[in-house]
Design a protein. Sequence first.
Length: 140
Amino acid sequence: MRLQQCKLIELPKFSDPRGNLTFVEGGNHIPFAIQRIFYLYDVPGGASRAAHAHKTSHQLLVAMSGSFDVTLSDGTSQIKFNLNRPYLGLYIPSMTWRDIDNFSSGAVCLALASTKYNESDYIRDYNVFLQTVRDEQATQ
């Protein structure tokens, strides 16, 4: 069910001869207030990032430069997105496993998060993620 909530969000894009401008307003363009911003860059060829889920945090990922693939899982199904436009963001709700790979040379991945950094919000083991999803489903 969570994969149905994952979606590409087209952000405002203003173009003129001097270049393009895109902006993001938390709670307006994306469905959460922005509490943290970070970015991935200089990722070596063949390397992957992320490989985790968040218990409560929501995120929006944007390819600020270059491109990369994001594979998402809800514990049952998977979907892959190729991000390659700085005016498109990928919304990822909580309890969604993500893997980021296939970084092009010079790629920059911007992440906007709904929470401040908290290590206890991370699930870094896929088997623990799967068990957590099963436990959630059993209580519903």
